[in-house]
Design a protein around this ligand. Structure first.
Ligand SMILES: Cc1ncc(COP(=O)(O)O)c(C=O)c1O
Length: 394
């Protein structure tokens, strides 16, 4: 084994000893509700397909139609010949949904954060390394973008506008460009950032507010607009409630133009393929009209939280369709995940480094295809379990 391989193996062995080793499960999905793994079917409680749009007829039909008409690939980067005329109308729909002057569609949500933040924080353009104030639980892709730009983030306590305000005050006299980065709905906690309050701070301190609306777009806000309305720049993905794939930035015309000129993740990457664009386009037509589904999902999540509290399980600060059961150790989370599996529920254990040490959890996500009776059955199974439980206030 060459030197690097043996080091990788040492890393993997250590991960295993700590209960943190990850592996890829092969799953079969023919419907949004159920996944099959190793020949057994489970109720899928771990998907981000909150509106069950990935199996929606309109999305499938438009994806197929656009594949048939425009081919299955786009052939080149958007800066070369891949900027199919399909993009313009999609970007107009995104800009309208997000109430911003312009939008830019990119590859995945991860790539959008990685590439867009790197470009926005370019010190040769800004004249100095920017000051980037960042929620400490922001998604890995946001940290990645900061690292790619060589920026050291100033992390404030999770969802704590007061702490952010204090940090901003410390840098009041600093003339460097300031940015604030937050998710709207946090992917592992299902809690909501005080975006309005943060936006006020941003205005007062002349900072640019960037909000990642990945887990709110489609499923929260009026007509599924998400919760990034107060942001200067909204980023997000079509891969969660919108059921498809791809990322976007909603911003000013200037920022769009700037990214088109500098953002390497846009310039040097092949444009999204027509079937994916078809699915996105259809999702943007369908999702605004799904108020009943949004209300149903919110009701299921609340029903679960109320029931979980009654049996003394901690659901953290969740108020959305994402509901964690915080268990503490990786072992406890794995054990609970295994027991739910035995009962026919697929819920994934989320462990460090994805979440802070001591807060390993199951991350449940309720979707439009779940039913109240299933939530009740899940609660019954959990009530029977004798697992380490965290205090309700955690
Ligand atoms: C907050 C947040 N931003 C970005 C992403 C990445 O999006 P995508 O899955 O489209 O790459 C995710 C998904 O995990 C996320 O939770």
């Amino acid at each position: 084994m060459v030197g690097s391989e043996s080091r990788y193996q040492t890393f993997l062995d250590a991960r295993k000893r700590e209960g943190l080793r990850r592996s890829l499960n092969e799953v079969t999905a023919r419907h949004a509700r159920v996944i099959s793994v190793s020949g057994r079917s489970y109720l899928n409680l771990a998907s981000n397909d909150y509106l069950a749009l990935r199996f929606h007829k309109t999305l499938i039909e438009r994806a197929a139609e656009w594949a048939e008409t425009y081919g299955v690939g786009s052939g080149a980067s958007r800066l070369v010949t891949g900027n199919l005329d399909l993009f313009a109308s999609i970007e107009a729909k995104v800009a309208k949904l997000k109430k911003k002057p312009a939008a830019l569609v990119m590859a995945s949500g991860f790539q959008t954060n990685a590439a867009v933040l790197q470009s926005l924080f370019d010190r040769s353009v800004l004249g100095a390394e920017p000051l980037v104030f960042s929620d400490r639980l922001n998604h890995a892709s946001m940290h990645f973008g900061c690292q790619a730009a060589g920026v050291r983030e100033l992390r404030y306590r999770h969802c704590d506008a007061k702490h952010l305000g204090e940090l901003l005050s410390q840098y009041e006299q600093d003339e460097r460009p300031k940015f604030i980065l937050t998710e709207s709905v946090f992917s592992m906690d299902g809690d909501v950032a005080p975006v309005g309050e943060i936006a006020e701070l941003a205005r007062a301190r002349r900072a640019t507010l960037i909000v990642d609306d990945a887990h709110a777009t489609g499923i929260l806000g009026e007509e599924g607009r998400g919760l990034s309305g107060d942001a200067d720049i909204a980023v997000g993905t079509f891969s969660k409630a919108l059921g498809a794939y791809g990322g976007y930035v909603a911003c000013s015309e200037t920022v769009r133009d700037y990214l088109t000129n500098l953002c390497s993740g846009l310039i040097y990457s092949t444009a999204l393929p027509p079937p994916v664009l078809g699915a996105i386009d259809a999702a943007l037509d369908v999702a605004p009209h799904m108020d009943a589904e949004r209300a149903h999902v919110a009701g299921l999540a609340k029903r679960f939280r109320d029931g979980a509290r009654a049996i003394d399980l901690s659901t953290g600060a969740s108020t959305t369709q994402i509901v964690p059961i915080v268990l503490g150790s990786p072992e406890a989370a794995l054990e609970m995940s295994g027991r739910l599996r035995e009962a026919g529920f697929w819920a994934v254990a989320i462990r460090p480094p994805t979440v802070p040490v001591g807060t390993a959890r199951l991350r449940l996500a309720f979707t439009a295809v779940h039913e109240e009776a299933e939530v009740d059955r899940l609660l019954d199974v959990l009530a029977e379990e004798d697992v380490p439980r965290r205090a309700r206030a955690m």
